[in-house]
Design a protein around this ligand. Structure first.
Ligand code: DAH
Length: 345
């Protein structure tokens, strides 16, 4: 065996099992062969040079092959998408098909489908907004006491008026944008029918019914001649489709700056069908959402003439709706990554 053949065999064997194969590209044996060329008789040097180049190419190919093998092996070991059962003693990862869609995502899809079939265009909201959309555009002028009911988180970033950008405390922040965007529909004789679903944030003390981060669904409907009876009928239809049963509904007067009149909307308890149970505190009723006729100032702020058009709006907590549907007793489960909880969906 020539020196070159010996080196070839040795290197290829080592590379095939090495964890750092690229180091062999600069193997001292290759350098020794190169240094040796000057000692070879001149007539054989060219051939030795070619053989050495061939060997280097072979080594490079073997290194590349080994690197690909290592990559495959590492990817198999760490599947970052695999669900892991933290409650199990088994250290092994579970097969990916045991994953499931998060209940909030799944139910948002169901609600969007129902709203879509009812003629509402569903928009995404945003998770950072300015004070104008959070307050002014909704008829909370500066210093309005009702601003305190929507205490949320501020960022250090400023909006164009120099006010801090905030994590929106409700999806109503989308009303002005949606009204402006869809206003041309009104002018062409079609209603504005839109919903907006996204995450909202509140500075809350956490308990089984309060989270600092949760989801809301906002709805708005504007046209000529819209009245509160239509609001009640629309919400009844939506809730009955979602709970897949007929429900009694009722409204009580309430206060929001952005609606006049404002209502607190209740439905008969979908758990006990109004008989009275633990879920409805034995009253048979569940207060489920806030709603009302859009305040004329809110329409004006979107350049819609409130003497021509009227509309209704509502806002509902998504987790609350889901909890009522599935008998979930603690809102904090949703964000907890509790697999025993999530796997039920
Ligand atoms: N934004 C209100 C809240 O988070 C809910 C709400 C009430 C939305 C009445 C509306 C409405 O659009 O008309 O408490």
């Amino acid at each position: 065996m020539t020196d070159s053949e010996k080196v070839r065999e040795e290197l290829l064997t080592h590379i095939a099992t090495s964890d750092a194969p690229h180091e062999f590209l600069r193997a001292y044996q290759l350098r020794a062969l190169a240094d040796d060329i000057k000692n070879i008789p001149p007539e054989k040097r060219a051939e030795a040079g070619r053989a050495l180049n061939e060997l280097k190419k072979e080594v490079a190919a073997a290194v590349e092959k080994r690197q690909a093998e290592l990559l495959d092996r590492d990817v198999e070991q760490i599947d970052v998408t695999a669900p892991m059962d933290i409650n199990s003693d088994s250290p092994s990862l579970l097969p990916a098909e045991n994953g499931s869609i998060h209940p909030i995502s799944r139910e948002i899809q169901t609600m969007s489908d129902i709203l879509g079939r009812m003629g509402f265009t569903v928009f995404e909201s945003r998770e950072l907004d300015d004070q104008y959309h959070m307050f002014e555009s909704l008829n909370f002028p500066a210093g309005h006491p009702a601003r305190d009911d929507f205490d949320t988180f501020m960022t250090v970033q400023k909006d164009k008026d120099g006010e801090p950008l905030i994590a929106p405390a409700h999806t109503s922040t989308m009303q002005n944008r949606i009204l402006r965007q869809l206003k041309p529909q009104l002018e062409s004789g079609q209603p504005i029918a839109a919903a907006s679903i996204d995450r909202v944030f509140r500075n809350e003390d956490l308990d089984p019914r309060h989270e600092h981060t949760f989801y809301q669904c906002e709805g708005i409907y504007v046209d000529k001649g819209i009245h509160a009876g239509m609001l009640v009928a629309t919400l009844k239809t939506f809730l009955e489709s979602y709970y897949k049963k007929s429900l009694d509904v009722r409204v009580n007067p309430f206060y929001f700056p952005f609606t006049e009149p404002s209502f607190e909307f209740s439905m008969s308890c979908p758990f006990c069908d109004g008989e009275g149970c633990g879920v409805c505190s034995h009253s048979g009723w569940i207060e489920i959402l806030g709603c009302g006729m859009i305040h004329p100032n809110v329409l004006k702020m979107a350049d819609i003439d409130p003497t021509v058009y009227t509309g209704f709006a509502w806002g509902v907590g998504i987790e609350r709706l889901i909890m009522m549907k599935h008998g979930i007793e603690d809102v904090r489960y949703f964000q907890s990554a509790k697999l025993d909880f999530l796997r039920q969906f």
